[in-house]
Write a protein that binds this ligand. Structure first.
Ligand code: XMP
Length: 332
């Protein structure tokens, strides 16, 4: 029997033994794996851990604030919040190719993280410097990176960065390496992380960068964040009577895509000429194949009217009814 309390004690003891009195740096993304790794390592070594949270400006609405509230506020962990939106937007200017966008975001992420790690090393009064780089690598990542490189495996590398420890002269600390996703989630809850955080849908490393089709602009990101927030809020609020579950829990991944296309609408006495978004919601067990979710019309109707009424600049909402294959889950 796998008793979580005992597991935590063992894991904590192992981390303490491994790390001793040395310092640890961890890249916090707001995702489940890095969050649980941070909470576990913090439980073990407290202030010897410094989390670096790189905000590339392509996160979900309020994500930066939530991560800071959770880790700095509630857990009292040391967190460096790096506001790098302008830098990322600058490098993405004029770039429309999806894989190119991914590469730029991944590369900049590594650059920003390396610069922060170097600053932390330099600022350490004891001159010990950070000796460890912690990552939220879980068992399926270990297996995946041994096999053929899929799109996901390639990009995963942007949060679980291969080669980075060597470049930084740091030893690698991966306390979740032998756990499956379900176990990571249970561990997160046992460590006191909120259920909603630990049971979130997956969010790609390049974030809204691949959900804004074509060129990424701050203006588009702001519109998309607000529209997506409404969609997710309604999915979380709407309970399916047959199962008693919310539509958020009944879908594997749901999000909004920004289309840089304008269409005509009417509002009051006037004509509008504004942007379009697409809602995407899928059900899948492995993300290799996926069905579009048969969301209730009443839910779609509420989401659509809220987005159009509340997000000035968007006047049309569509629903994506494509399955994978041949479509992918993301639009880029
Ligand atoms: P696709 O669009 O290929 O997505 O059907 C399958 C799953 O992978 C996620 N995904 C990514 N995750 N970096 C990530 O960390 C990426 O570049 C990336 N591209 C897709 C996608 O959200 C879905 O869960």
């Amino acid at each position: 029997d796998w008793i979580m309390g005992d597991y935590i004690e063992e894991a904590v003891a192992r981390i303490r033994e491994q790390v001793g009195d040395e310092e640890v740096i961890l890249g916090l993304s707001g995702g489940v794996d890095s969050s649980v790794a941070a909470a576990l390592i913090h439980r073990a070594i407290g202030d010897q851990l410094t989390c670096v949270f790189v905000d590339h400006g392509l996160l979900r609405l309020n994500e930066g604030r939530m991560v800071m509230e959770m880790f700095a506020g509630r857990l009292h962990a040391k967190v460096v919040h790096v506001e790098a939106a302008e830098q990322f937007m600058g490098h993405l200017q004029g770039v429309t190719d999806p894989e190119q966008k991914r590469k730029i975001i991944g590369r900049e992420f590594v650059e920003v993280f390396k610069a922060e790690a170097a600053k932390l090393k330099a600022a350490d009064a004891s001159a010990k410097g950070a000796k460890w780089l912690a990552q939220g690598t879980i068992y399926p990542d270990v297996v995946e990176s041994g096999g053929t490189q899929t799109k996901k495996a390639t990009i995963k590398s942007h949060h679980n960065v291969g080669g980075l420890p060597e470049q930084l002269g740091l030893k690698l600390l991966e306390p979740l390496r032998e756990l499956f996703k379900d176990e990571v989630r249970e561990l997160g809850v046992a460590l006191g992380l909120p259920h909603d955080m630990v049971y979130r849908h997956p969010f790609p490393g390049p974030g809204l960068g691949v959900r804004i089709l074509g060129e990424v602009k701050a203006e588009f990101a702001a519109l998309l964040q607000r529209a997506d927030h409404i969609f997710i809020e309604e999915l979380r609020k709407t309970v399916d009577e047959a199962t008693g579950k919310t539509w958020y829990d009944l879908t594997s991944q749901a999000f909004t895509v920004f289309l840089p296309v304008k269409s005509v609408g009417v509002m009051g006495d006037g004509r509008t000429y504004d942007y379009v978004v697409a809602l995407r919601a899928v059900q899948t067990s492995d993300f290799m194949t996926a069905d579009w979710a048969e969301l209730p019309y009443s839910l779609l109707k509420r989401v659509s009217s809220r987005i159009i009424n509340e997000v000035r600049g968007i006047n049309r909402v569509t629903y994506d009814v494509s399955s994978k294959p041949p479509a992918t889950i993301e639009w880029e």
